[in-house]
Design a binder for this molecule. Sequence first.
Ligand code: ACO
Length: 428
Amino acid sequence: MSDFAKLIIGEREFELPIHQGTEGHRAIDISKLLAQTGHITLDDGYGNTGATESQITYVDGENGVLRYRGYAIEDLAQRCDFTETAYLLIYGELPTAEQLEEFRASIRTHTLLHEGMKQIFAGFPPDAHPMAILSSVVGALAIYSGDTIDARDPEQQQLAIYRMMAKMPTIAAFSYKQSIGQPFIYPENRLTYCQNFLQMMFAVPSERYEMDPDFVDALNLLLILHADHGQNCSTSAVRMVGSSTVNLFSSISAGICALWGALHGGANEACINMLDMIRADGGNLGKYIDRAKDPNDEFRLMGFGHRVYKNYDPRATIIKEVCHKLLAKQKKPDPIFQLAQELEEVALNDSYFVDRRLYPNVDFYSGIIYRAMGIPENMFTVLFALGRLPGWIAHWREMHLAPTMRIHRPRQLYTGSPKREFVPLIKR
Ligand code: ACO
């Protein structure tokens, strides 16, 4: 196969190099296109644009395959814990026992927040969405970790990574405690990453907190499943912002904002709200399927469809299994889980969804587990952010290590008014 693509513009012919990925995918290199031809490419929503080469995560949307650094998501979900997966994503290899312990210890050292940061939480109104709190307080880490904001200094970069990994669960849990008016529960470093988070979320000083080990396992698994997904909206935001060489905390804060939207990480909250609404409306699935299909209705089936997956999202498969396991512990069947399964069944047999290849994505069933764990709806996307953190860090670091790193600056095709004469205010 040729290593060049030929592009013909008018009378002229240009050769564009083709790059080959590890799994046989091919990409036409258009980086010199403007200089050589005077043309740019146009790709609204970047559906066909490779923004970078990356060695972190492989997604095969046609076949429903997801791998971190070459390892199948199914293996990692079964055999790793979240910090081990984070190490793999960030540094590229599964850690040895010694490396893993060192990584865990380095994170543990930084779990506390500066006491002054509690004033920031106190300033938020009680109904503030925890995602808004999370992005603000993570942004504020750039102030409270001022000695690690030089993104080009490898030592500061490393320390910023430990701090970011360590403080995110604390900030996430504090934002919840603030919203319900309970005292902050400080991190306890004898606990694991997931145990610590659950304890900070649910413990109160006046009572002993009994942690359900199945919840710890479920959280660990969900965080692993969310840990990275290539150049998605929030990761692209982290890379875009980070490409200006701004510090890690500011870059991650931007990623959290991007994740909040209902078309991205906010879909888990939107999905459970949708299921509640359908149930409250009598469980009339046909009505909502019809609404989702109606081009004049804004309603979409939340937790369905994906830009990359045109097959069952492998993460949804694993999450659905965990739903079965976790909910089996409950005395009564969960009506929302039942409804979700029925909705899936109806949609997967409907030609609208079949033709468009719309399947459940990672967000379709995750909210059901979070709810079973007692996590309130407005914290669902915060949990997603907690899981996606190592992926964001890995991409930010990979970008900084790349010798080709330059500021991200897409072009545009201007379609506005041609040059016109200025009209003074009095004449308009
Ligand atoms: N319900 C109904 N119709 C849908 C849905 C849905 N959930 N998703 C896509 N479609 C339809 C579109 O209307 C479009 O139909 P058309 O060809 O007749 O115009 C077609 O399927 C293609 O959809 P696009 O919006 O072009 O697909 P895109 O790749 O731009 O969007 C997205 C992907 C945003 C995930 C979309 O499927 C969606 O809105 N899903 C619901 C929200 C959701 O679950 N988001 C979470 C994604 S996973 C994540 O970010 C972690």
